[in-house]
Write a protein that binds this ligand. Sequence first.
Ligand SMILES: Nc1ncnc2c1ncn2[C@@H]1O[C@H](COP(=O)(O)OP(=O)(O)OP(=O)(O)O)[C@@H](O)[C@H]1O
Ligand SMILES: [Mg+2]
Length: 240
Amino acid sequence: MKKILLKVQGLGANYGPIRALRGVTLEVKEGETVAVIGANGAGKTSLMRAISGILPISAGTATFLGLDIAKTPTHELARQGMLHVPEGRGTLQTMLVEDNLRLAWEIRPANMTFEHALENVYARFPRLQERKDQWAGNLSGGEQQMLSVARAIINRPQLLLIDEPSMGLSPMFTKEVFRALAELRDAGVAILLVEQNVTRALELSHRAMVLTHGEFTLEGSAKDLAKDPRVMASYMGQAA
Ligand SMILES: Nc1ncnc2c1ncn2[C@@H]1O[C@H](COP(=O)(O)OP(=O)(O)OP(=O)(O)O)[C@@H](O)[C@H]1O
Ligand SMILES: [Mg+2]
């Protein structure tokens, strides 16, 4: 039996009077890729932020490897192997590109040297090598997104939380990023993915869940959901 990495039960989270998450329950096992799909404002980013300990949990529980997320500092969760690539620009803007990568590597140093790990990343994303001595904040939006994904790869997480990796990317960059994610998946990294490109999300994932107004309304294998018209309806913000 595969080990459960992430266990979320009856999770609630609010922004003042706004209830962003209402009784969300999900599990991610070792090596599993799970997509969370939903309309704008459904609560997808809030779910990622609650799981990584950034957004306080108001109800229910969330654990990573049995550690209570509400009581564990985010850096400790990262050290244990849970890495969050946030929506938008998850890079350290006032640091050089290569230092961004070094910092991500140092959280979980592998047997591999940093130089070797760097070679692998640059082979996949030559654009980052060309820009390695620039401030991350000066990269284009797409390049910053690429750097976020490169930081995740070099960190070798056990569980990657990734929010809208294709946002702002051209079709060519999107393809590159999804190829990198598929390699992570095939290497046994568990991924919890939020993605507006539903076709790509379902192609990458084993399972998927549809979030509507802070609640899961549909879940199943990615294969089945790819054929289910309710998925597209909920994504468009209509009734699921
Ligand atoms: N910092 C905040 N303060 C107040 N309300 C917020 C905040 N962040 C999000 N919300 C609200 O919480 C709800 C869920 O937002 P969230 O960002 O989680 O949605 P989402 O599914 O990620 O949407 P999108 O697809 O647009 O990224 C929305 O109604 C949003 O307006
Ligand atoms: Mg979002």
